[in-house]
Design a protein. Structure first.
Length: 190
């Protein structure tokens, strides 16, 4: 679930990484919509997923990249739920960067900073569904054996941050399964 900087990096973007503030909500929503709009794998609801996670108080770590007062990137981490009840697991995503600034390190910086925040709070690990070639640089490894039934096993990845791995599958927050709605077709230009 990434619309960030895949591929070869060009000149990196100078930006500040900081926690999300309440007045960032609309800017994050719009950034996420624009970042995922051209992505063939997107359902077009990532911005609504973020709103739903926020409304459910399930954004454990939410960071923005800010440049010259504008939000140019965002990453979210939410609780994840191992089948065996092991605590301290999180899910990464969505992560997005301004379409004009993609492939310039914003997503990588956001993810790295977010993982550092999880480590600082003693997290057990992190899961995601995404491109293995991209996320392996952060230490994520394919773990099809841990994927929930409704997730694509070929893209399910895990990064243990502690010594123990839970037994069985690891699931995303229930908000990920909800229908987050979409903008009316007239608002999308259809």
């Amino acid at each position: 679930m990434s619309a960030s900087d895949t591929g070869t990096l060009s000149a990196s973007v100078d930006c500040e990484i900081r926690p999300e503030r309440p007045d960032d909500r609309d800017a994050i929503h719009e950034l996420t919509r624009r970042a995922f709009a051209p992505m063939p794998y997107s359902d077009g609801d990532e911005q609504y997923l973020l709103d739903a996670l926020r409304d459910a108080s399930a954004l454990s770590v939410s960071l923005v990249a800010e440049q010259a007062g504008a939000i140019v990137g965002h990453v979210a981490f939410s609780p994840a739920f191992p089948a065996d009840g092991s605590p301290g697991w999180y899910a990464l995503g969505p992560v997005s960067a301004d379409p004009d600034l993609q492939k310039r390190g914003i997503g990588s910086r956001l993810i790295g900073t977010g993982l550092d925040r999880l480590r600082a709070r003693g997290a057990a690990g992190c899961i995601l569904v995404g491109d293995p070639a991209y996320y392996s640089r952060f230490g994520f490894r394919l773990r099809p054996d841990r994927a929930p039934e409704d997730q694509p096993k070929n893209y399910f990845q895990m990064l243990p941050l502690g010594d123990a791995e839970p037994a069985g599958s690891i699931d995303f927050h229930p908000v990920f399964r909800a229908d987050h709605g979409r903008e009316p077709a007239s608002d999308r230009g259809e």
